[in-house]
Structures are given as C-alpha cells and as structure tokens.
Design a protein around this ligand. Structure first.
Ligand SMILES: Nc1ncnc2c1ncn2[C@@H]1O[C@H](COP(=O)(O)OP(=O)(O)OP(=O)(O)O)[C@@H](O)[C@H]1O
Ligand SMILES: [Mg+2]
Length: 251
C-alpha cells in the first residue's frame, strides 16, 4: 500500500456563526483524482483552504508527507498548488508570460531556466499564442488555464482546483477536463471541489461528499455513489438520470 501524500485528521473549522466543517478524516494517495462534492455551503472551499494552510483549523490537522501543512508554509505551498474559482484574484503580472514566470522568479530560478519552463508550460496549457497578452484581456477559460499554468510551472505534487468549471462554456470546460485528465494520467494528484460533477465524474478515482452541515458523509469510488447523488444535494449526471443501467466506464 502506498503511503498517503495527504492525511486529513479530524479536521474541524467552526465559524462564529456555527457553520464550518466538522471532524473530517480522509487520506489521499499519490496519483488520485479526488472530487470533493456537495451543495453550496457544505464546506468544500473551507476544506481545501486548509490544505495549503490558508486558514487554520479549530482542531485537527492536515499532514503532507506525514508533516503538518502549517510547519513549513513554503514547502506546503510549493507542493500543493491551488487554483481558485476567481482567476482574477490570482493575477499579478502584466503579461501572460510574466504571470507564469512569477512563482519561479520568487524562487530565484536562473533566468534561462525560467524562460524554458514558462514556454513549456504555456505550450502544455495551449496558451503560447497569448504569451504577450495582458492577462486581464483573456477570456474566462483562458484565465483559468493561465491560473493552472502558474501553478503547474512550479512542479507541484498536488493540484487543487475550486469550482474550475464556474462560468466556463462547454468547449472551455471540455478543454479543461482534457488538460486535467492528461495531468492525472501523467501521475499528477488532483483534488477538485465542485457542486457540478457531470463533467468529471467518469474520470475521478474517488469522491468525497460533504453535507449541508460541513460533514464528510461519503468517501468512495464514483461508480458506487452514482445513482444516490440527488440524496446528497448533488445533481445526477445526465447519463445516470436517463436511466442507463451502467455508467460509461462499465460499458
Ligand atoms: N469567513 C467565514 N465566516 C463565516 N462563515 C463562513 C466563512 N467562510 C465560509 N463560511 C460559511 O461556512 C460554510 C461553508 O462555506 P464554503 O464556502 O466552504 O462552502 P462551499 O461548499 O465551498 O460552497 P459553494 O458551493 O457555494 O462554493 C457556509 O455556511 C459559509 O457561509
Ligand atoms: Mg466553494
């Protein structure tokens, strides 16, 4: 059995108003594609903000390779790359190229190496033709790909995405699914929080379902949870709603 890359150990975050997340336990292994699903307000964003110590728990802890994520924030944030729902909040530079270079510059990477890595990453994310553009002029889908490029260039071990399909049209969502699946096939560990699972459920290896009270109520392979998602306030994917007897991965 491989060692977990992340251990979420009785994690609780109680907000003053009584909401939050409660006693969450889960272990995440290298190469997994985890879907964190649940209705609005179920605590998905709160949970993933703890992964790279953006917020501190009321009790419990998260360990990365056996060490609390709060121990060394630089290591934690280099190992776990976070892509937020609002890509605009992550933009810091005036060109796409500089935006992707930003993290490496902060690590004092040699200039030639930065340029090489940035070019490779822009090509991988299908953004190379936009390298001189001002990020604020990109479309929503391009901005989301740029946010991922900025993370990917740092060689994270885990990529965490919060509602990555929000405001994307069908082609942009499909492109993003393709990129995320390719990364996962190449060994990248993916954690994705979403209340809309249709786009990705067939590719995820495991699903964590949160309920309206911020509790983790299910942890299992999507094929075992499919058909019962409505009960948890999650829309059943179309192929499941239509009454197909087997999901696509079983046909
Ligand atoms: N800073 C805060 N102060 C007080 N309550 C908060 C704070 N942040 C989140 N909450 C509450 O915690 C609960 C979980 O919120 P969270 O944003 O984690 O849910 P979510 O599952 O990501 O929802 P969505 O699907 O809408 O993104 C909600 O009831 C929310 O109002
Ligand atoms: Mg959220």
């Amino acid at each position: 059995m491989p060692r977990p890359i992340l251990e979420i150990d009785h994690l609780t975050h109680a907000f003053f108003n009584g909401t939050g997340i409660h006693d969450i336990c889960a272990r995440i292994f290298p190469g997994e594609f985890i879907l964190v699903a649940g209705p609005n307000g179920s605590g998905k964003t709160t949970l993933i903000k703890h992964l790279n110590a953006l917020v501190r728990p009321t009790s419990g802890e998260i360990r990365l390779h056996g060490r609390s994520v709060t121990k060394d924030l630089i290591v934690t944030r280099k190992t776990i790359g976070m892509v937020f729902q609002d890509a605009d909040t992550q933009i810091v530079a005036d060109t796409v190229e500089d935006e992707v270079a930003f993290g490496l510059e902060n690590l004092n990477t040699p200039r030639a190496r930065i340029l090489e890595k940035v070019d490779q990453t822009l090509a991988y994310m299908n953004l190379i033709h936009l390298k001189d553009r001002n990020p604020s002029t990109l479309s929503g889908g391009e901005k989301r790909r740029l946010a991922i490029a900025g993370i990917l260039v740092m060689d994270p071990e885990i990529i965490v995405l919060d509602e990555p399909f929000a405001n994307l049209d069908y082609p942009a969502s499909r492109d993003l699914v393709e990129i995320i699946c390719r990364l996962n096939r190449e060994g990248q560990t993916i954690i994705m929080a979403t209340h809309e699972v249709e786009e990705v459920i067939t590719y995820a290896s495991r699903m964590l379902i949160m309920d309206g009270q911020g509790r983790l109520v299910k942890d299992g392979p999507p094929r075992e949870l499919l058909g019962n998602l409505e009960y948890f306030g999650i829309r059943e994917p179309c192929f499941s709603r239509m009454g197909y007897s087997a999901p696509p991965w079983q046909t």
